[in-house]
Design a protein around this ligand. Structure first.
Ligand code: PEP
Ligand code: MN
Length: 352
C-alpha cells in the first residue's frame, strides 16, 4: 500500500511528477484489482484511473461497465491506497462518482468540444471540492480547452488541471492523436496557473511509441502522465493496442531521463519560441535551395540562348526592390543588401 498522497497539495505546488495509471475501461473486478495490485508496486503511481462510461465512436462497441465498476474502484482504493479517477460526461456520472467516493475526475476530449455539455457538467459540480482534469478537445482549438476550464472555474472548482492527449487530424501520422505540442504550450502561456499533464496513451495509440513520447513530454516540462495499463492488454475490451502491463510501465520509467531541473515554466515558453525559430530557419533553407534550383534552370536557358550570365540592370533593380521591401518590414538596409549579395553571388556561381 502506497503512502497517502495529497493531490490538492500537488495542485498548489506541482513539483512532483503526478502519475495516473490504470485501464482504459474497467471491465471486471479481477481485471481492475489485478491491475491496481501491479500499479501499487510502482512508487510513482499515485492515482488509479478507470473508464466506467466509455465514449465510443460506434454504438455497438463496449460502452463501459457502469455503476458496478465504481464499487470495484472503491475496493481497489481501500486495498492499495491509490486515489481513484474516472471520466464524467453527464451530470449523472458526477452524481455516481461522488456517491462512490471517486477522488479525481476528468472531462474527456469528446465532451470538451461541446460547451453545452461542459456547462451542464459544471452546473452539476457546483459545491463539489473534487479535483478535476480537462482533456484537450479532439480539435486543435486552445480556446475551447480554455473555455471548458473557465466554465469549471465558474462553478467554483478550485483544483483544475489540464490533460494533453493529442489532436485528431485527417492527415495520416504515426500517432493516433497528433501531439501538436504548440497547443499545450499556448495553454500554458495563457494560464500559467493550470498544471498540464500528458496522456501519452491516447497520443500514441500503440505501445511502441510510448517511451519516446513520454521522454518528449518530460523534456517539454510536463507535470505528470496519464498512462493506460491493463493486466492483460492484448485482450482489453477498449484500446488494446495502446495499453501496457504495470510491469512494462515500471520498466519504461526506468528508461526515462529526468532532467536536473524538472520544471521551469519560463523555459517552456522560451522553448516554444526556439521551436518557432527553428521552423522558420528550416523554411528559409528550403526556400534558398528552391531559389538556387530555379537559378540553375535560368543558367541552362542562358547557356542555350547564349545570353550573358550577369544581367547588371536586372540585378540592380531587384536589389533596390528588396532593400525597399526589407526596410518597409523594419529590416536593416545593410543586412538585406548583404544577404542578397551572398545569395546572388551563389546564383551566379551556379550559372557559370
Ligand atoms: C480515455 O481516457 O479513456 C478517453 C476516452 O480519453 P479521451 O477523452 O482522451 O479520448
Ligand atoms: Mn482509452
Amino acid at each position: 500500500m502506497s503512502e497517502s498522497f495529497d493531490i490538492r497539495e500537488w495542485f498548489k505546488n506541482p513539483k512532483e511528477l503526478l502519475v495516473i495509471s490504470g485501464p482504459c475501461s474497467v471491465e471486471s473486478r479481477e481485471q481492475l484489482l489485478e491491475t491496481a495490485a501491479g500499479l501499487s508496486e510502482i512508487d510513482k503511481v499515485k492515482v488509479l484511473r478507470g473508464g466506467i462510461w466509455k465514449p465510443r465512436t460506434r454504438p455497438d462497441a463496449f460502452e463501459g461497465i457502469g455503476e458496478e465498476g465504481l464499487k470495484w474502484m472503491r475496493e481497489a482504493k481501500e486495498q492499495f491506497g491509490l486515489l481513484t479517477m474516472t471520466e464524467v460526461a453527464v451530470p449523472e456520472h458526477v452524481e455516481l462518482a461522488m456517491k462512490y467516493g471517486i477522488d479525481v475526475l476528468w472531462v474527456g476530449a469528446r465532451t470538451v468540444v461541446n460547451p453545452f455539455s461542459v456547462q451542464e457538467l459544471a452546473n452539476s459540480l457546483k459545491g463539489c471540492d473534487v479535483p478535476i482534469f480537462v482533456k484537450n478537445p479532439i480539435a486543435p482549438d486552445v480556446k475551447l480547452w480554455l473555455g471548458a476550464i473557465e466554465r469549471l472555474e465558474g462553478a467554483g472548482l478550485k483544483y483544475i488541471g489540464a490533460i494533453h492527449r493529442g489532436f485528431s487530424s485527417y492527415d495520416e501520422t504515426q500517432y493516433r492523436n497528433a501531439p501538436l505540442w504548440e497547443i499545450p504550450i499556448e495553454l500554458l502561456r495563457l494560464r500559467r496557473d493550470v498544471p498540464i499533464i500528458t496522456d501519452i496513451s491516447h497520443i500514441c495509440g500503440c505501445r511502441e511509441l510510448l517511451q519516446e513520447v513520454a521522454q518528449t513530454a518530460l523534456d517539454m516540462g510536463t507535470l505528470g502522465f496519464m498512462i493506460e495499463t491493463h493486466n492483460d492488454p492484448e485482450h482489453a475490451l477498449t484500446d488494446a493496442n495502446q495499453q501496457i502491463t504495470p510491469e512494462s510501465l515500471k520498466k519504461a520509467f526506468g528508461k526515462l531521463t529526468f532532467r536536473k531541473k524538472k520544471f521551469d515554466r519560463d523555459e517552456v515558453v522560451l522553448q516554444k519560441y526556439r521551436k518557432e525559430i527553428d521552423e522558420i530557419d528550416d523554411e528559409l533553407l528550403n526556400l534558398i535551395a528552391k531559389r538556387m534550383n530555379i537559378s540553375e534552370k535560368i543558367g541552362n536557358f542562358k547557356k542555350e540562348h547564349k545570353v550573358a550570365v550577369l544581367q547588371m540592370d536586372r540585378w540592380k533593380s531587384i536589389l533596390d526592390d528588396h532593400i525597399n521591401k526589407g526596410t518597409n518590414l523594419g529590416l536593416n538596409e545593410e543586412s538585406v543588401k548583404e544577404i542578397f549579395e551572398i545569395i546572388h553571388k551563389d546564383s551566379i556561381d551556379r550559372q557559370l
